[in-house]
Design a binder for this molecule. Structure first.
Ligand code: MN
Length: 200
């Protein structure tokens, strides 16, 4: 069973003004779709066909660069669409809020650390909030389409929030102003979905 492009759970323009419709359309329909096409081509006829993406990424050092880059790309973007929402923004509640406060002291302090991780990731990559053993959370970043599911990447654990800082994610609207895009992201974060992932 080949991997398939998951539908965007809202319309291309519904994250405006924070993320523009054309960026969302190109990002989802072309960039994400290309990762899936290339992933399917890379695993066709190999024993990776039929394995889950988590299984593949957890052992990624055994596989080719094409599987790493495109498998990571598929995983990362699939998460990214769901942790944003037209009704997003605000702050988390409940257990997730407690875990963030326990690790960072306050939501604002967490926000600062996550934004710094996203801003200072040189070149293309991602910033993450991860859930680790014991329910602790941590912030990290990773290059290219790597992610903390892969051995030895970032802070380990399971990503529950991710921000794409490749230029294709923001250049049409923000050009070189990555910090402005990162600041805008806080207005669209779907904390209900992040909390659902934390609770899993
Ligand atoms: Mn992307």
């Amino acid at each position: 069973m080949a991997f398939e492009l998951p539908p965007l759970p809202y319309s291309f323009g519904s994250l405006e003004p924070h993320i523009d419709a054309l960026t969302m359309e190109i990002h989802h329909d072309r960039h994400h779709n290309a990762y899936i096409t290339n992933l399917n081509n890379a695993i066709a006829g190999t024993d990776l066909e039929g394995k889950s993406l988590d299984e593949i990424l957890s052992n990624i050092d055994d596989y080719s660069a094409a599987v790493r880059n495109n498998g990571g790309g598929h995983y990362n973007h699939s998460l990214f669409w769901t942790v944003m929402s037209p009704n997003g923004g605000g702050q988390p509640e409940g257990d997730l809020a407690q875990a963030i406060n326990a690790r960072f002291g306050s939501f604002d302090s967490f926000k600062n650390e996550f934004s710094t991780a996203a801003t200072t990731r040189f070149g293309s990559g991602w910033a993450w909030l991860c859930k680790k053993g014991g329910g602790e959370v941590d912030v990290c970043s990773s290059p290219n389409q790597d992610n903390p599911v892969m051995p030895g990447i970032g802070c380990g654990g399971t990503p529950i929030l991710g921000l794409d800082v490749w230029e294709h994610a923001y250049y049409l609207k923000y050009q070189n102003k990555r910090p402005d895009y990162i600041a805008a992201f806080w207005n669209v974060i779907n904390w209900e979905e992040v909390a659902r992932r934390y609770a899993e």
